[in-house]
Design a protein around this ligand. Structure first.
Ligand code: OGA
Ligand code: NI
Length: 366
């Protein structure tokens, strides 16, 4: 029988504190979403006002070959406009992508009790965190998502502390996808045409986290969000999505053709079998002094459950991030100030999701 929650607090207790997650709520039987999940109008993605992002995926294998320049142009163009693109022939084996999705389902299909062993406070490692929504203790309205974050330190720690259901595939993904992360970051930085230290790519992507997202089937996709509007704070993110769809990117003002409409437009990033989604994070927008755009994105829920697996590539917390000095000279203006990445992350993780400004404003020059 469906549980009845007499107050919003008892729902919070069940979903967040007891570690049942949204999945626990759905599994207990639900014909409509509880009030606590009903988003205000401005946070919802109105499907009628969306378009498909029909740009063909970029063939990464051609980066080394006669078409090098063309592929570089495609990557740079995407980074300067939407901040989102998809890649194929990316070097991550397709069987690995399948086993990643399977292992993600395996983890979220565990009982709430088993998953709760990875809740903050009891998890065997501070780097491994099973959670629901984004910042439930601060959010008035909760997001329709459960997740597990797997922070990487060493192989040994990963094999010891990551959940058995997904550690093998997650670690292989991290290793394999890190190569394409490097290639893409090199292209982006070289195209800035300024002198940089050789280590620049590594120091801006040296902290890695695999995050598995689970969006349970939702009875009211129009009223809820899986993830609210945000940009990722790291350098770039690699994302594997399954075939359900629901990932949207918001067009920047400059790129919005829809001038007679003040509302920014949402573009759907459609699932493409075998492809990986790449999105630019705040760190690269800041480093490039605003030339590359970190992408504001969000996820709509669906009547079917969906999984996705992100590889976040962050700078180390002790790094001061900021626009490249030579670029600032060339541009005649510093659009961002230099900030300690730890402070940047603290600001992001103590806020709720409310657009890319909720993170980037922290580093804006005043
Ligand atoms: C994220 C995210 C998108 C998705 O985890 O930061 O934006 O499709 N995920 O799950
Ligand atoms: Ni994101």
């Amino acid at each position: 029988m469906a549980p009845t929650f007499s107050t919003s607090d008892s729902l919070y207790e069940f979903v967040v504190k007891e570690g049942n997650g949204v999945k626990g709520l759905v599994d207990s039987g639900l014909s409509e979403v509880p009030e606590r999940y009903v988003q205000p109008e401005e946070k919802r993605i109105n499907k009628l006002r969306t378009r498909k992002h029909n740009v063909p995926p970029i063939d990464l294998s051609k980066l080394k070959g006669p078409d090098h320049k063309k592929v570089v142009d495609e990557i740079v163009r995407a980074a300067e406009t939407t901040g989102f693109f998809q890649v194929v022939n990316h070097g991550v084996p397709l069987e690995l992508l399948e086993s990643l999705k399977d292992s993600s389902h395996r983890f979220f299909n565990l009982s709430p009790k088993e998953k709760s062993l990875f809740c903050p406070g009891v998890s065997p490692s501070t780097k491994v965190k099973y959670a629901t929504s984004f910042a439930p203790e601060k959010e008035t309205t909760l997001e329709w998502r459960d997740s597990i974050s797997l922070g990487y330190t060493t192989d040994q720690d990963a094999l010891q502390y990551w959940p058995n259901q997904c550690k093998g595939a997650a670690l292989d993904y991290l290793k394999s996808a890190s190569k394409l992360v490097r290639d893409i970051l090199e292209v982006l930085i070289e195209s800035l045409e300024v002198k940089v230290e050789e280590s620049i790519v590594d120091i801006h992507s040296g902290m890695k986290v695999v995050k598995m997202n689970y969006y349970p089937s939702c009875p009211n996709p129009d009223l809820t969000v899986g993830v609210g509007p945000h940009s990722d704070v790291g350098a770039i993110t690699v994302l594997l999505q399954d075939d359900i769809g629901g990932l949207y990117v918001k067009l920047d003002e400059d790129n919005n053709n829809n001038n007679n409409n003040n509302q920014k437009e949402w573009l759907e990033i459609p699932p493409i079998p075998g492809a990986l989604v790449i999105n630019i994070g705040d760190t690269i927008e800041i480093l490039s002094n605003g030339k590359y755009k970190s992408a504001e994105h969000a996820v709509r829920t669906s009547s079917k459950s969906r999984v996705s697996v992100a590889l976040f590539n962050f700078p180390k917390p002790t790094l001061k991030i900021g626009p490249l000095e030579e670029l600032v000279k060339k541009d005649g203006v510093a659009r961002y100030r230099r900030v300690l990445f730890q402070d940047y992350m603290n600001n992001f993780f103590t806020n709720t999701h409310h657009g890319k400004e909720s993170s980037l404003d922290f580093a804006k020059s005043t």
